[in-house]
Write a protein that binds this ligand. Structure first.
Ligand code: PBG
Length: 334
């Protein structure tokens, strides 16, 4: 065999230098692909770090605009809003969810005023408001589907009226997208979008989020009667299909990194705008390794996010959104 003649096909040629690698790259991560989840609380002048999510903070409303300003300047298209409701206003029915002056609505009004071009995504579920920590209401020891949907639908209109642009139901009740779409339309909110948490799994990886919200220690039992079994993939396709048929504009898969197969299948099957949530436990795992010096910070974060794009996600809800946007800016100057 003559030197230089074997092998004829050399895939490594396309990896030989940076410009070629960039030319042949099949996917990319841009600032437009990032959604930043944020936590806010009552009170004044306080910023607290979530213990299990180093680098993630809960801020009081008076600090919210300052907290968000940098993300807005970086051009992150949208925020996902999560209120930390005080224990005193929680009850078994999640009544506070319907209060037009609840923390969520006040935050939405404030942000819309300060940053009119920043998209606001409102999580619709009752867990920030219920004393038992479930996403719906309980009848005879069971999270009741239809009674929960009725309340969640009113919560939807309440949030949209406060300025939420995209309603994101994370409750996993059956049939809620159709009632929410109908209620929005009847209230003249025809352009309020719905990003459904269509395939949301009953996952251990939400633990740190529940710490952030203060709902974790309150949760009675688990959410397995409404969130999906991690064993299932076909079922995710049925959930997504139903939500699209009921009027969802965008769909989400959650969690992210252990569910890339679901992201890929959803995108390939339905070709709809598809989002993925890199959840709190994924953030906590990465940060733990990064803080220990076991993983390189920048590379671990950027590789995890690029993988979502390769799987087919249009966008990623990630607690790393701001630092990822900064790194994208630095690299491409965009
Ligand atoms: C509420 C909700 C949860 C998350 C987003 N919306 C928690 C849950 O379902 O228990 C989790 C987000 C995260 O872990 O980062 N329904």
């Amino acid at each position: 065999m003559k030197a230089g003649r074997f092998p004829l096909a050399r895939p490594r040629r396309n990896r030989v230098d940076d410009f070629t690698r960039r030319l042949v790259a099949e996917t990319s991560l841009g600032i437009n692909n990032l959604i930043w989840p944020i936590f806010f609380t009552e009170g004044t002048n306080t910023v607290t770090e979530v213990a299990s999510m180093p680098g993630v903070h809960r801020v009081t409303l008076d600090r919210l605009a300052g907290h968000v300003e940098h993300a807005a300047k970086l051009g992150i298209p949208a925020l996902a809003l999560f209120p930390v409701t005080p224990a005193e206003v929680k009850d078994a029915e999640g009544t506070e969810a319907l209060n037009p002056d609840n923390l969520m609505c006040r935050a939405a009004r404030l942000l819309k005023k300060e940053f009119p071009h920043l998209g606001l995504i409102g999580d619709v579920a009752l867990d920030p408001y219920t004393s038992h920590g479930h996403d719906g209401v309980i009848r005879d020891g069971y999270v009741h589907n239809d009674d929960s949907v009725a309340i969640l639908t009113r919560q939807t209109v309440n949030q949209a009226a406060a300025g939420i642009d995209i309603i994101a139901p994370s409750d996993m009740m059956d049939g809620r997208i159709s009632t929410m779409r109908t209620a929005l339309d009847e209230n003249g909110m025809v352009n309020t979008r719905i990003m459904s948490y269509a395939a949301k799994y009953a996952s251990v990886f939400y633990g740190p989020f529940r710490d952030a919200l203060g709902s974790g220690d309150k949760l009675k039992g688990d959410k397995k009667t409404y969130q999906m079994d991690p064993a299932n993939s076909d079922e995710a396709m049925r959930e997504v299909e139903m939500d699209i048929a009921e009027g969802a504009d965008m769909v989400m898969v959650k969690p992210g990194m252990p569910y890339l197969d679901i992201v890929q299948r959803v995108k390939e099957t339905f070709s709809v705008p598809t989002y993925v949530y890199q959840v709190s436990g994924e953030y906590a795992m990465l940060m733990a390794a990064i803080r220990n010096g076991w993983l390189d910070h920048e590379r671990a974060v950027m590789e995890s996010l690029l993988a979502f794009r390769r799987a087919g996600a249009n966008g990623i809800l990630t607690y790393f959104a701001v630092e990822a946007a900064e790194r994208i800016r630095q690299t491409y100057g965009q």
